[in-house]
Design a binder for this molecule. Structure first.
Ligand code: RIB
Length: 302
């Protein structure tokens, strides 16, 4: 059984709920202010750990009260924090999130996440069968250094290029599995895509990024489309009542990583991750809404 190593961001999500999102320049009255542990790296690590994989997070926290809270929460979820450093002189990553009608807007202020560097990712020893996971909320050169080490050790690399930003081909060439949503796919391929497009259109865009890797396009309630050796594989979504989609993509990534680490075939891993994400969206918050293995298995068995 392999392990999962996640190099990524750790944030405190400061969430305001409202009946609707404000327009630019407008003020609307909110309903509640909530504080949830989040950050794409932390969310993916929590999902993986709760689904049964031995999971190590590599990242940084600020020397502030949020940092202490986040460390306590992540440890309680079973995530190994040996390589999470406290960083003096900066704050912990903070995301300002508004949620209305189950949809969100997010502004992330990276704080300590911006200082995760190549020395940090040189800490853990990876081995064949392990899975290395990262996203775009830490510096891109750090991700490249992490994936080079992972590749040299024979581990599988998973990149979730979120939030979308331009990445050079040298980084993308270090990736075995690319997991992205339609916005990120549109951005990275320079294609106009909308969530109502036919799956074939996503497959066509994904082909431009494949270059020998598996590309998984998460399609929200429509499920996931994977492109494997040029062949599309569609796993349908589940009809559920979403209350908060924050972290659902991270849940999918962490779940897929946990399944790869346990040697599951791709189709089974995709179906599993799809169910995990469908449970996540039915709860408020990012990291706290990640499901357990039993919750996912109960749905799969039903
Ligand atoms: O993907 C969701 C996450 O994005 C939130 O938890 C927030 O912290 C931002 O990083």
């Amino acid at each position: 059984m392999g392990r999962v190593f996640v190099a990524g961001s750790i944030n405190m999500d400061v969430v305001a709920t409202a009946e609707r999102h404000p327009r630019i320049g407008e003020t609307v009255a909110g309903e509640a202010v909530l504080y949830f542990p989040g950050g794409k790296g932390a969310n993916q690590a929590v999902a993986s750990a709760k689904l049964g994989a031995r999971t190590t997070l590599v990242g940084r926290l600020g020397s502030d009260a949020f940092g202490q809270e986040l460390r306590t929460f992540l440890a309680a979820q079973g995530v190994d924090l040996t390589f999470v450093k406290d960083t003096a002189g900066t704050h912990s990553g903070t995301a300002i999130i508004t949620i209305a009608d189950a949809d969100n807007t997010i502004v992330v202020v990276p704080g300590a996440n911006a200082q995760v560097d190549a020395d940090d990712v040189a800490g853990p020893s990876l081995a064949k069968g392990d899975v290395a996971v990262s996203q775009f909320e830490i510096p891109l050169p750090t991700i490249a250094a992490f994936f080079k080490r992972a590749r040299a050790a024979g581990a599988t690399t998973i990149l979730n290029p979120a939030p979308a930003k331009q990445a050079d081909t040298a980084l993308l060439d270090l990736v075995d599995v690319l997991i992205l949503n339609e916005t990120e796919l549109g951005f990275l391929t320079g294609t106009e895509l909308s969530d109502s497009d036919a799956p074939a259109r996503f497959a066509e865009a994904a082909r431009n990024l494949a270059q020998g890797k598996i590309v998984c396009v998460t399609l929200g309630r429509r499920g996931v489309l994977a492109l494997v050796e040029g062949e599309p594989l569609l796993v349908a979504g589940r009809e559920v009542k979403a209350v908060d989609t924050t972290g659902a993509g991270d849940c999918f990534v962490g779940a897929l990583a946990s399944q790869f680490a346990s040697g599951k075939p791709l189709r089974d891993a995709l179906a599993y991750a799809n169910v995990a994400a469908s449970i996540c969206v039915q709860r408020m918050g990012a990291a706290p809404s990640m499901p357990t293995a039993k919750e996912v298995e109960d749905v799969l068995d039903a």
